[in-house]
Design a protein around this ligand. Structure first.
Ligand code: BG6
Ligand code: MG
Length: 222
């Protein structure tokens, strides 16, 4: 029998608008390299880890760089991102997140975090919500990044629940694929024309309705 044991959230673009800050930082790198990088490119990079994001940008510009330059570009991007997130505070939490977490706690559903970002713990603490998580995944410790299922599976393991009893929440195409590969129910946050593999999509977290999610989740098993 299926039960709703945990909801596992992505961070960037689901709990706060850091997806936009990653975009600004990558666009600065791309501009410097004379490579065009627009919102459509960014959509493909949502959920994708730092190294693979840079590889995508370089491939788009047909540019090959040595290891030292590659590392330097990664550092530059991250330094700018760190400057941008320095401003993050609890007011940047998306509307609907706290009430959603409260509804989960009331129903005894565990809360996990499965972010591809190595800066996730820092952002979560700046948002002032670290105490609300039962388990926070570590992007640096998994072998394969999204769209591979690894981070979602490691969080399910950390929460001591079965993947099939978990619901994942994502704003990225790569993230939704990771959730589905982990054999979990996928809730997309954003555009249902883009997040086509999600089982259910809400335009934003303020529309996230746990009762609706749970009903659709339990029905999906029948
Ligand atoms: C994901 C973002 O959550 O984290 C990506 O959607 C980002 O845009 C990735 O590249 C890695 O983040 P970081 O902070 O480790 O560079
Ligand atoms: Mg995201």
């Amino acid at each position: 029998m299926m039960t709703t044991d945990a909801v596992i959230f992505d961070l960037d673009g689901v709990l706060t608008d850091t997806a936009e800050l990653h975009f600004i930082a990558w666009q600065a790198i791309a501009n410097k390299l004379n490579i065009t990088f627009d919102k459509e490119d960014n959509e493909k990079l949502k959920g994708v880890d730092r190294e693979n994001s840079l590889k995508y940008i370089l491939a788009k510009g047909n540019l090959a760089v040595g290891t030292a330059k590659f590392e330097q570009l990664l550092k530059e991007k991250n330094d700018q991102y760190l400057t941008l997130i320095n401003e993050v505070n609890p007011s940047h939490l998306f509307d609907g997140v706290l009430s959603c977490f409260a509804a989960l706690k009331k129903s005894n559903v565990k809360i996990g975090l499965a972010s591809a970002s190595k800066n996730a713990s820092l952002v979560i603490s700046k948002l002032g919500i670290e105490h609300l998580f039962d388990f926070i995944g570590d992007a640096a410790s998994v072998a394969n990044s999204k769209p591979a299922p690894d981070i979602f599976l490691s969080v399910a393991h950390g929460l001591n629940v079965l993947p099939k009893n978990c619901i994942g929440v994502e704003d990225a195409v790569a993230g939704v694929r990771a959730i589905k590969s982990a054999n979990m129910f996928a809730v997309g946050i954003g555009d249902n024309q883009i997040l086509t593999q999600a089982d259910l999509v809400f335009p934003s977290m303020s529309e996230f309705d746990f009762n609706q999610v749970e009903t659709a989740f339990l029905l999906s098993a029948t």
